[in-house]
Design a protein around this ligand. Structure first.
Ligand code: ADP
Length: 292
Protein backbone atom coordinates (compact mmCIF):
# COMPACT_ATOMS: atom_id res chain seq x y z
CA UNK A 1 0.00 0.00 0.00
CA UNK A 2 1.47 3.32 -1.04
CA UNK A 3 0.64 5.10 2.19
CA UNK A 4 3.26 7.77 2.03
CA UNK A 5 2.40 9.01 -1.45
CA UNK A 6 -1.29 9.03 -0.71
CA UNK A 7 -0.73 10.85 2.56
CA UNK A 8 1.42 13.36 0.78
CA UNK A 9 -1.08 13.93 -2.02
CA UNK A 10 -4.01 14.13 0.32
CA UNK A 11 -2.57 16.73 2.58
CA UNK A 12 0.56 18.40 1.46
CA UNK A 13 1.47 19.32 -2.04
CA UNK A 14 4.12 21.81 -0.98
CA UNK A 15 7.65 20.84 -0.01
CA UNK A 16 8.52 21.67 3.57
CA UNK A 17 11.14 24.23 2.57
CA UNK A 18 8.51 26.36 0.87
CA UNK A 19 5.75 26.06 3.41
CA UNK A 20 4.66 29.60 4.23
CA UNK A 21 5.73 30.71 7.66
CA UNK A 22 2.11 31.34 8.49
CA UNK A 23 1.35 27.65 8.31
CA UNK A 24 3.53 27.05 11.35
CA UNK A 25 1.02 28.37 13.75
CA UNK A 26 0.00 27.12 17.11
CA UNK A 27 -3.35 25.49 17.46
CA UNK A 28 -5.68 28.24 18.46
CA UNK A 29 -8.84 26.20 18.57
CA UNK A 30 -9.32 22.80 20.10
CA UNK A 31 -11.07 19.82 18.60
CA UNK A 32 -13.94 18.37 20.56
CA UNK A 33 -14.26 14.68 21.39
CA UNK A 34 -16.53 12.51 19.30
CA UNK A 35 -19.75 11.82 21.09
CA UNK A 36 -21.35 8.36 21.31
CA UNK A 37 -18.39 6.38 22.52
CA UNK A 38 -18.57 2.67 21.94
CA UNK A 39 -18.75 1.70 25.59
CA UNK A 40 -19.30 -1.96 24.81
CA UNK A 41 -16.06 -2.17 22.85
CA UNK A 42 -14.33 -0.23 25.59
CA UNK A 43 -15.33 -2.67 28.31
CA UNK A 44 -14.49 -5.64 26.10
CA UNK A 45 -11.03 -4.22 25.54
CA UNK A 46 -10.60 -3.68 29.25
CA UNK A 47 -11.36 -7.34 29.94
CA UNK A 48 -9.48 -8.96 27.07
CA UNK A 49 -6.15 -7.87 25.75
CA UNK A 50 -6.27 -7.40 22.00
CA UNK A 51 -4.69 -10.17 20.00
CA UNK A 52 -1.74 -9.12 17.91
CA UNK A 53 -3.24 -7.85 14.71
CA UNK A 54 -1.14 -8.52 11.68
CA UNK A 55 -1.84 -6.25 8.79
CA UNK A 56 -2.72 -7.54 5.37
CA UNK A 57 -0.11 -9.93 3.93
CA UNK A 58 1.69 -7.28 1.95
CA UNK A 59 2.50 -5.05 4.86
CA UNK A 60 3.66 -4.98 8.42
CA UNK A 61 1.80 -3.69 11.50
CA UNK A 62 0.58 -0.08 11.54
CA UNK A 63 0.30 0.92 15.17
CA UNK A 64 -0.04 4.21 17.04
CA UNK A 65 1.19 5.03 20.54
CA UNK A 66 -0.81 7.58 22.52
CA UNK A 67 -0.10 8.90 25.99
CA UNK A 68 0.79 11.99 28.00
CA UNK A 69 4.24 13.57 27.83
CA UNK A 70 6.61 11.59 30.05
CA UNK A 71 4.61 8.36 29.97
CA UNK A 72 7.29 6.50 28.01
CA UNK A 73 5.80 6.30 24.50
CA UNK A 74 9.24 6.60 22.93
CA UNK A 75 10.75 3.88 25.13
CA UNK A 76 8.09 1.25 24.46
CA UNK A 77 7.45 2.20 20.82
CA UNK A 78 11.17 1.90 20.14
CA UNK A 79 11.43 -1.53 21.83
CA UNK A 80 8.42 -2.81 19.90
CA UNK A 81 9.77 -1.47 16.63
CA UNK A 82 12.95 -3.54 17.13
CA UNK A 83 10.90 -6.55 18.07
CA UNK A 84 8.53 -6.32 15.11
CA UNK A 85 11.00 -5.00 12.54
CA UNK A 86 9.04 -1.87 11.72
CA UNK A 87 10.20 1.75 11.88
CA UNK A 88 9.49 3.79 14.99
CA UNK A 89 8.41 7.18 13.74
CA UNK A 90 8.23 9.85 16.46
CA UNK A 91 6.93 13.18 15.19
CA UNK A 92 8.63 14.90 18.15
CA UNK A 93 11.97 13.63 16.79
CA UNK A 94 11.09 14.90 13.32
CA UNK A 95 10.29 18.30 14.82
CA UNK A 96 13.58 18.33 16.74
CA UNK A 97 15.52 17.44 13.57
CA UNK A 98 13.87 20.37 11.85
CA UNK A 99 14.75 22.57 14.84
CA UNK A 100 18.40 21.66 14.66
CA UNK A 101 18.54 22.49 10.96
CA UNK A 102 19.40 25.98 9.88
CA UNK A 103 16.18 26.26 7.88
CA UNK A 104 14.37 29.58 7.72
CA UNK A 105 11.54 28.36 9.92
CA UNK A 106 13.66 26.88 12.72
CA UNK A 107 13.45 29.91 15.02
CA UNK A 108 9.65 30.20 14.70
CA UNK A 109 9.36 26.50 15.30
CA UNK A 110 11.57 26.74 18.41
CA UNK A 111 9.33 29.42 19.83
CA UNK A 112 6.25 27.20 19.50
CA UNK A 113 7.86 23.99 20.76
CA UNK A 114 9.65 25.67 23.66
CA UNK A 115 6.35 27.07 24.88
CA UNK A 116 4.90 23.58 24.92
CA UNK A 117 2.41 24.33 22.12
CA UNK A 118 1.57 22.04 19.23
CA UNK A 119 2.76 22.97 15.77
CA UNK A 120 0.09 23.15 13.09
CA UNK A 121 -1.49 20.06 11.60
CA UNK A 122 -0.25 21.13 8.16
CA UNK A 123 3.33 21.40 9.32
CA UNK A 124 3.38 18.05 11.08
CA UNK A 125 1.67 16.28 8.16
CA UNK A 126 4.36 17.69 5.87
CA UNK A 127 7.13 16.37 8.11
CA UNK A 128 5.48 12.98 8.46
CA UNK A 129 4.82 12.68 4.74
CA UNK A 130 8.47 13.37 3.99
CA UNK A 131 9.54 10.75 6.53
CA UNK A 132 7.14 8.13 5.18
CA UNK A 133 8.20 8.79 1.61
CA UNK A 134 11.86 8.40 2.53
CA UNK A 135 10.99 5.13 4.29
CA UNK A 136 9.01 3.87 1.35
CA UNK A 137 11.95 4.56 -0.94
CA UNK A 138 14.09 2.37 1.37
CA UNK A 139 11.51 -0.41 1.28
CA UNK A 140 10.10 0.14 4.77
CA UNK A 141 6.77 -1.47 5.51
CA UNK A 142 4.51 -0.76 8.47
CA UNK A 143 5.23 1.65 11.33
CA UNK A 144 4.79 2.48 14.96
CA UNK A 145 3.76 6.11 15.18
CA UNK A 146 4.65 7.94 18.38
CA UNK A 147 3.22 11.41 19.00
CA UNK A 148 0.94 11.32 15.96
CA UNK A 149 -2.01 11.79 15.66
CA UNK A 150 -2.33 14.40 18.37
CA UNK A 151 -5.47 16.19 17.21
CA UNK A 152 -8.78 14.88 15.91
CA UNK A 153 -7.98 16.42 12.55
CA UNK A 154 -4.69 14.54 12.33
CA UNK A 155 -6.53 11.32 13.25
CA UNK A 156 -9.13 11.93 10.55
CA UNK A 157 -6.46 12.59 7.95
CA UNK A 158 -4.62 9.42 8.90
CA UNK A 159 -7.84 7.43 8.79
CA UNK A 160 -8.52 8.81 5.32
CA UNK A 161 -5.31 7.40 3.91
CA UNK A 162 -4.57 4.15 5.67
CA UNK A 163 -5.78 1.57 8.19
CA UNK A 164 -4.43 1.70 11.70
CA UNK A 165 -4.46 -1.79 13.21
CA UNK A 166 -4.04 -0.90 16.86
CA UNK A 167 -3.66 2.14 19.12
CA UNK A 168 -1.85 1.60 22.41
CA UNK A 169 -2.79 4.17 25.03
CA UNK A 170 -0.09 4.23 27.70
CA UNK A 171 -1.18 5.54 31.07
CA UNK A 172 0.74 6.52 34.15
CA UNK A 173 -0.22 8.16 37.43
CA UNK A 174 -0.37 11.92 37.11
CA UNK A 175 2.15 12.47 39.93
CA UNK A 176 4.82 10.55 38.03
CA UNK A 177 4.49 12.30 34.64
CA UNK A 178 6.09 15.62 35.54
CA UNK A 179 8.97 13.95 37.38
CA UNK A 180 9.60 11.60 34.42
CA UNK A 181 9.80 14.55 32.00
CA UNK A 182 12.11 16.54 34.27
CA UNK A 183 14.34 13.47 34.71
CA UNK A 184 14.84 12.84 30.98
CA UNK A 185 18.40 13.01 29.71
CA UNK A 186 19.95 12.20 26.33
CA UNK A 187 23.60 11.51 25.59
CA UNK A 188 24.72 14.15 23.10
CA UNK A 189 27.26 11.73 21.66
CA UNK A 190 25.56 8.33 21.33
CA UNK A 191 21.93 9.51 21.49
CA UNK A 192 21.12 7.10 24.35
CA UNK A 193 18.02 7.99 26.39
CA UNK A 194 18.10 7.91 30.19
CA UNK A 195 16.01 9.04 33.10
CA UNK A 196 17.49 10.11 36.39
CA UNK A 197 14.13 10.39 38.21
CA UNK A 198 13.39 7.85 40.89
CA UNK A 199 9.65 7.59 41.32
CA UNK A 200 8.54 6.14 44.63
CA UNK A 201 4.89 6.86 45.39
CA UNK A 202 3.62 5.17 48.50
CA UNK A 203 0.27 3.41 48.33
CA UNK A 204 -2.42 4.91 50.51
CA UNK A 205 -6.15 4.50 51.13
CA UNK A 206 -6.22 1.25 49.17
CA UNK A 207 -4.47 2.68 46.10
CA UNK A 208 -1.28 0.82 45.16
CA UNK A 209 2.14 2.41 45.33
CA UNK A 210 4.27 3.00 42.25
CA UNK A 211 8.00 2.47 42.00
CA UNK A 212 10.01 3.32 38.90
CA UNK A 213 13.75 2.95 39.18
CA UNK A 214 15.89 5.53 37.40
CA UNK A 215 17.46 4.50 34.11
CA UNK A 216 20.98 5.78 34.69
CA UNK A 217 23.53 6.41 31.94
CA UNK A 218 26.73 4.38 31.72
CA UNK A 219 29.80 6.23 33.09
CA UNK A 220 31.08 7.18 29.59
CA UNK A 221 27.84 9.11 28.87
CA UNK A 222 27.58 10.88 32.22
CA UNK A 223 29.43 14.04 31.22
CA UNK A 224 27.61 14.35 27.88
CA UNK A 225 24.03 14.39 29.04
CA UNK A 226 21.67 17.02 27.71
CA UNK A 227 18.11 17.99 28.63
CA UNK A 228 15.41 18.94 26.13
CA UNK A 229 14.71 22.67 26.11
CA UNK A 230 10.98 21.96 26.51
CA UNK A 231 11.45 19.71 29.56
CA UNK A 232 11.18 22.51 32.12
CA UNK A 233 8.48 22.43 34.81
CA UNK A 234 6.48 25.29 33.31
CA UNK A 235 6.57 23.91 29.76
CA UNK A 236 5.82 20.32 30.80
CA UNK A 237 2.75 21.55 32.70
CA UNK A 238 1.61 23.36 29.57
CA UNK A 239 2.19 20.22 27.44
CA UNK A 240 0.14 18.18 29.90
CA UNK A 241 -2.65 20.76 29.77
CA UNK A 242 -2.66 20.72 25.96
CA UNK A 243 -2.60 16.92 25.94
CA UNK A 244 -5.76 16.79 28.05
CA UNK A 245 -7.53 19.42 26.01
CA UNK A 246 -6.51 18.59 22.45
CA UNK A 247 -5.09 15.07 22.34
CA UNK A 248 -7.24 13.21 24.84
CA UNK A 249 -10.21 13.35 22.42
CA UNK A 250 -8.08 11.27 20.03
CA UNK A 251 -8.25 8.43 22.58
CA UNK A 252 -12.04 8.51 22.24
CA UNK A 253 -11.75 8.65 18.43
CA UNK A 254 -10.00 5.27 18.45
CA UNK A 255 -11.93 3.84 21.40
CA UNK A 256 -15.17 4.31 19.49
CA UNK A 257 -13.65 2.40 16.59
CA UNK A 258 -12.68 -0.52 18.85
CA UNK A 259 -8.96 0.04 18.23
CA UNK A 260 -7.78 1.34 21.58
CA UNK A 261 -5.78 -0.84 23.93
CA UNK A 262 -5.54 0.84 27.33
CA UNK A 263 -2.35 -0.03 29.16
CA UNK A 264 -1.66 1.15 32.71
CA UNK A 265 2.08 1.07 33.35
CA UNK A 266 2.56 -0.92 36.55
CA UNK A 267 6.07 0.47 37.21
CA UNK A 268 9.36 0.93 35.38
CA UNK A 269 10.61 -0.98 32.33
CA UNK A 270 11.33 -4.29 34.13
CA UNK A 271 7.75 -4.52 35.40
CA UNK A 272 5.99 -2.93 32.42
CA UNK A 273 7.71 -4.46 29.37
CA UNK A 274 6.72 -8.10 29.99
CA UNK A 275 3.15 -7.04 30.83
CA UNK A 276 2.91 -4.96 27.68
CA UNK A 277 4.11 -7.90 25.58
CA UNK A 278 1.47 -10.02 27.28
CA UNK A 279 -1.27 -7.48 26.56
CA UNK A 280 -0.20 -7.47 22.92
CA UNK A 281 -0.05 -11.28 22.75
CA UNK A 282 3.64 -11.00 21.94
CA UNK A 283 4.90 -12.76 25.04
CA UNK A 284 5.63 -16.00 23.19
CA UNK A 285 7.41 -14.26 20.37
CA UNK A 286 10.86 -15.79 19.78
CA UNK A 287 12.31 -12.41 19.01
CA UNK A 288 11.24 -10.74 22.24
CA UNK A 289 14.63 -11.13 23.87
CA UNK A 290 16.11 -9.10 21.02
CA UNK A 291 14.16 -6.10 22.20
CA UNK A 292 14.87 -6.45 25.90
P1 ADP B 1 6.05 14.93 24.35
O1 ADP B 1 7.18 14.52 25.24
O2 ADP B 1 5.31 16.12 24.88
O3 ADP B 1 5.14 13.78 23.97
P2 ADP B 1 7.22 15.05 21.63
O4 ADP B 1 8.68 14.74 21.68
O5 ADP B 1 6.32 14.01 21.07
O6 ADP B 1 6.77 15.56 23.07
O7 ADP B 1 6.99 16.37 20.76
C1 ADP B 1 7.72 17.56 21.01
C2 ADP B 1 6.98 18.75 20.41
O8 ADP B 1 6.87 18.57 18.99
C3 ADP B 1 5.54 18.92 20.88
O9 ADP B 1 5.45 19.63 22.10
C4 ADP B 1 4.96 19.72 19.72
O10 ADP B 1 5.37 21.07 19.76
C5 ADP B 1 5.63 19.08 18.51
N1 ADP B 1 4.83 17.95 17.98
C6 ADP B 1 5.20 16.64 17.95
N2 ADP B 1 4.25 15.88 17.38
C7 ADP B 1 3.24 16.73 17.06
C8 ADP B 1 1.96 16.56 16.44
N3 ADP B 1 1.53 15.35 16.05
N4 ADP B 1 1.20 17.66 16.25
C9 ADP B 1 1.62 18.88 16.62
N5 ADP B 1 2.80 19.12 17.21
C10 ADP B 1 3.62 18.07 17.42
Amino acid sequence: MAVPSRLWRATASTPISSVAASTIRTLSSCSTPNSGADLEAQSLLAQNPLPLRHGPKDRNVQWVFLGCPGVGKGTYASRLSHLLGVPHIATGDLVREELSSSGPLASQLAEIVNQGKLVSDEFIINLLSKRLEAGEAKGESGFILDGFPRTIRQAEILEGVTDIDLVVNLKLREEALLAKCLGRRTCSECGGSYNIACIDIKGENGSPGLYMAPLLPPPHCESKLITRADDTEEVVKERLRIYRKVTQPVEEFYRSRGKLLEFDLPGGIPESWPKLLQALNLDNNDKQSAAA
